[in-house]
Ligand binder design. Sequence first.
Ligand code: HEM
Length: 139
Amino acid sequence: MDVSASSTPKTMFRWVQKLYNALGFKKGYNFILSAAFLAFFQFVPAIRYKVILFHRINGYTIILLVLLSNVGALMIARHTFGGTIPTQAAVGLLVILSTCAIGMAYYNVKRLQLEQHRAWMLRAFFYLLNRWDVSSPRA
Ligand code: HEM
């Protein structure tokens, strides 16, 4: 066995590529679909009032999935819908908008401004639904 070959940059690159393919980064919808599904429960008042801890854990899971899905979207921006410059610009803008909206929502909940927390999460998900559409791996 050629020991040196296992630590070459090329081998490392292949290994990383395998990992992110397995995680589904390139598919573009794995993370965002799961986040959208979980987000539904965040808007149900009964869950929010009775199981506050669920809202917290679910909330942090959603934020993580959203950020990962934004990374995936940036990765496929050059290929999606033909990968034209306007498409790449749209994906980039929506990634920035959704990340900032999530940031604002987090800042607001920490300052106990709950109406603003809710409003920014809603905005974030409208941006994300657009981003999901524009960065779907078709064409
Ligand atoms: C996708 C939608 C949402 C996400 C991802 C989300 C995420 C989160 C997270 C991560 C926290 C914990 C913050 C901390 O550590 O202090 C939190 C807290 C909170 N959220 Fe949301 N949230 C969402 C929607 C909503 C909505 C629609 C409301 C309704 C007004 C709401 C009300 C609250 C309240 C009252 C808390 C404080 C609960 C506590 O003390 O732990 N959230 N949210």
